[in-house]
Ligand binder design. Structure first.
Ligand code: ZN
Length: 591
């Protein structure tokens, strides 16, 4: 394993002390089955669980998409951590002291910078929050929030804050803390004055800190309190803030999404806060940026049912329409709640009631229906020609759906809605050029399943589970007799590593294997009916069987060769007979 900053021993220690079960459980609901735990894979969409965790061996594996690895791999994949960050995160969580890092100067600079950026954001967030909740100057902001129906506990949970209508509030605070204003500028918190010095970017605003899944402040949104432009000011992209990936409120919603099995997607800060206050905690907000494939991928870890609840105006309609192709490509089921004209989720809830909103959700419509209705409306015609135009646009979208069954479902809806024959659409779909499919869903396991001999699988399985059996094997020259090159390679690698280290630390051993073999070995660990009982005897039996098979094969080979020789002899004999025969025949005609 390339550990980079930390020694192999330290990495192993962190891996051993960390519980993969706990870490995975933050993201996946797991159920115990036998020696393993099972759940819905966070890396591809599925309805029946094929994602497994083995606590004893400290690894996970998905039989659906082939993802797998140890607790570090999981964090890296699910949380966008780098390897050293994953080690640090787990060390922190499990109270393990890490030695000072041995970094290259460039790495040191990079890490120190990220740390500092987070630190500045955190300090700024504390400052804004303190102003809102404790200082006299926060009076106006408090009044504003209470007028908008935001409760005390929401202010605490979302760490809301406010900024003063002054030019140097944050600047002074950060200076007092000795934090770099140059860096604060990168985060969009301060701007340089023309000549010298700095001034606050967020002035006279309600401040919404934007948190990532690990509760770190990555950016801010600011809503002007009195009047002014722009109404909303947002942090720019930075080394720690990637707008296309962050969803506001997800750090709170993530625990509820799997149970609710749906996510409500809204646009604004107040929409989200109000929804959460009214108990619709399965919601997140996109914050002015359009939905991205990364958003879809992130949310797909929790549910496959996406419901947009955008404003009841043309911008909201457009936003819903734009999300439709993304949902198709992401293989998630998209629906939309159509609010009355001029309403947004926040206003709707506060004017009416929880029940009224619940009814709106019940009346949600599939995005495909919404899409077709909007298109027909805008075309303002029911002629066949216009219908075909809409159909073609619809087919263009359907072509982007990777999955077969859902495709035909959409095709059917399209036909019904447009009152066209499905067969005709099918022809249209087949005849036009295919758009290149974007890779968004689960990476499929490569190639066709190789079939293995049972004894060979058993041997590998036994030594994976019980590495102490490896010395028994070494004298046998068994690998040469393996039919499967894949299993042979795994066996040889495991034996070599065992001899080198005197033990097999499975998660790190797996890391050293070729990419294609990693998944195979993980599968062995999770194999149903793993060997139990007298392992040594089982191993001996397997070896015996493989030897016998090889012996038989040898024998068969020899027999085949003998037969070939005989056949060749026969052919030669036949040949000479034929030649003979022809000679005779010629003689007869000559005669
Ligand atoms: Zn998977």
């Amino acid at each position: 394993m390339v550990s980079g900053f930390f020694s192999e021993e330290k990495v192993s220690e962190v891996r051993e002390r960390a519980s993969i079960l706990e870490v995975v459980s933050d993201h996946v609901t797991l159920k115990k089955t036998g020696r393993n735990y099972k759940g819905l894979c966070p890396f591809h969409s599925e309805k029946t669980p094929s994602f497994m965790v083995n606590e004893e061996k400290q690894i996970f594996h998905c039989f659906g998409c082939g993802e797998g690895g140890d607790v570090f791999t999981f964090l890296i994949k699910v949380g966008h951590f780098s390897f050293p960050q994953a080690v640090e995160e787990l060390a922190r969580r499990y109270g393990i002291k890490l030695p000072p890092k041995e970094l290259s100067p460039a790495q040191k600079k990079d890490l120190a910078k990220r740390d500092l950026l987070f630190q500045i954001n955190q300090a700024s967030s504390d400052y804004y929050h303190d102003l809102l909740t404790r200082q006299k100057e926060g009076e106006g902001a408090r009044r504003y929030l209470s007028q908008r129906g935001i409760r005390e506990e929401t202010i605490q949970a979302y760490r809301l804050g406010c900024s003063l209508d002054r030019w140097d509030g944050l600047v002074r605070y950060l200076e007092g803390k000795n934090l770099s204003l140059e860096m604060a500028r990168e985060l969009g918190l301060v701007f340089p004055k023309k000549k010298e010095g700095w001034y606050d970017a967020f002035r006279g605003r309600i401040i919404f800190p934007i948190l990532d899944l690990y509760q770190r402040v990555v950016g801010f949104g600011g809503r002007v309190i009195k009047e002014g432009d722009p109404k909303y000011l947002n942090s720019p992209e930075s080394a720690i803030y990637h707008k296309g990936e962050i969803l506001y409120g997800l750090h709170e919603a993530k625990r509820l999404l799997p149970a609710e099995d749906q996510v409500l997607i809204v646009e604004g800060y107040f929409d989200l806060l109000t929804l959460h206050q009214y108990g619709f905690k399965q919601s997140v907000a996109t914050l002015g940026t359009a939905l991205t494939p990364e958003h879809v991928r992130t949310l797909k870890r929790y549910t496959n049912n996406f419901i947009t609840v955008f404003d009841g105006d043309s911008a909201g309609v457009q936003a819903a329409l734009r999300s439709f192709p993304l949902f198709l490509e992401g293989e998630v089921w998209g629906e939309t709640v159509v609010l009355p004209k001029g309403e947004d989720p926040d206003g709707f809830l506060r004017k009416r009631s929880r029940d009224a909103f619940e009814k709106m959700i019940e009346k949600r419509i599939p995005l495909i229906d919404f899409f077709l209705e909007e298109r027909m409306k805008s075309r303002n015609s029911r002629s066949v020609e216009e219908k075909v135009k809409v159909a073609k646009e619809g087919l263009g979208l359907i072509r982007r759906i990777p999955e077969g069954i859902r495709r035909s479902l959409y095709l059917k809806t399209l036909a019904e809605k447009l009152d066209l024959q499905e067969a005709m659409l099918q022809t249209l779909l087949g005849s036009s050029p295919k758009e290149p499919q974007k890779e968004m869903g689960a990476p499929k396991p490569q190639g066709r399943e190789e079939t293995f001999s049972r004894s060979e699988v058993m041997v590998i399985s036994l030594i994976v589970q019980h590495p102490e059996l490896i010395p028994t094997l070494s004298a046998e020259r068994l690998w040469d007799q393996f039919e499967s090159l894949t299993l042979r390679k795994i066996g040889e690698d495991l034996e070599r590593l065992y001899q080198k280290r005197g033990s097999l630390d499975l998660p790190s051993v797996i890391e050293t294997l070729d990419e294609g073999l990693k998944a195979k070995v993980r599968e062995m660990v999770f194999r149903e009916g793993a060997p139990e009982g007298d392992m040594k005897k089982m191993l001996r039996d397997c070896i015996q069987k493989i030897h016998e098979r090889e012996f038989k094969k040898d024998q068969q080979d020899r027999l085949r060769k003998i037969r070939e020789v005989e056949k060749q002899k026969e052919e030669r004999a036949l040949e000479s007979l034929l030649i003979d025969h022809q000679k005779h025949a010629r003689k007869e005609t000559e005669a």
